[in-house]
Design a protein around this ligand. Sequence first.
Ligand code: UN1
Length: 422
Amino acid sequence: MMFTLDVSALPDWRAIPAPRRAEILYRVAERLRERQTELAKVITDEVGKSAEEAWAEVQEAIDSGYYMAGEGRRCFGITTPSELPNKFAMTVREPVGVVAAITAWNFPIAVPAWKIFPALVLGNIVAWKPSEHAPRCAMALREIFLAAGLPANVLQLFLGDASVGRWLVEHPAVDVVSFTGSATNGREVAATCGRLGKRCALELGGKNAIIVWEDADLELAVDGIIWSAFGTAGQRCTSCSRVIVHEPIREPLTQMLIKRTQQLSVGRLIHPRARERCERYVADAVAAGARRLTDWPVLLDQVTPQMPVAQEEIFGPVCVILPARDWEEAVRINNDVPYGLVSALYTRDVNRAFRAMRELRSGLVYINAGTIGSEVHLPFGGPRVTGNGWREAGPAALDTYSEWKTIYVDFSGRLQRAQMDR
Ligand code: UN1
């Protein structure tokens, strides 16, 4: 491998007080704000996002920067009484060391920001392997970190394909791997990390659903479905690819969705193969009895919940409509997929809303909103194939990039035996 990972910056970086490291993050966020439109243009050119969505993506990175800069003056641990007299107990967060961040092309600025900001504020150094489809975004972001005063080699960039990612994951200096991408690749990363005893945080996508109940505001639900299913051309891990509709409103909701979908034109997908992949799922579903309701983007009905089109992450503007006769069936369909990232419910019934919050098994639940639109100060991720227990964003992200150190100070001046001397 022609790359070298230089970890010599770690001791100095971790020795800087967190509030001072955070000042650099703050300056990065400021620079991102100054260059928001310019960076958005790089995103649009490179991955095809609309100007508005690309701008919003940079906003998400800015928000992460400010939020994690604030963490520089928190990074709270716990201070708690000891069970013994004249003994003090507390915890501090320490950096883990070298973080490998491996990121996808669909959020080439925001998702790296989710990983890099918390890793840096906690005193880690970062080796970043961005998607091979978005090298210019990566270079632009790295340059902003440098211009904001980040010392050399605290953030190192490794451009290339999956083999570069593999090399990083296996690199003996790497302590933590934070990976966003496909379930297949994620599982491979996890296997390697398992073998090498490394921490590994995975974010592997979703098969997200919106449930629409008979008492819902249908116009609102349609707005949420269209935006969630076809915004970003369905290429978000949070995209809605299943609409679970309560039987009494199946017909009107379907008609409304067809009408709105036909009025849309979605942007290009990341590459022609992505479109072919979508069409293959649709053709297989149609061959198995599904009905294609729209040309492109694609709505399907007469789909059964177990068809691949209703189970697997497609990553494109393909959405199926699944009827449910009662609440139990809706919950069952929602939960019975390998992934567990986002679920949403439209209803005007507060009791049903609270049942949904409890019963829908996913890391994120929205009530009367679609599946996309997470905010940076709350945890992001989910159970089952979606992840492996870690979370991005919010205070939970700190756990991925730090080790707890528990400190006891005995100032009694004598031997005190825990659990024995009472
Ligand atoms: C992703 O698709 O990888 O909620 C992340 C959302 C965004 C994050 C998407 N805030 O859609």
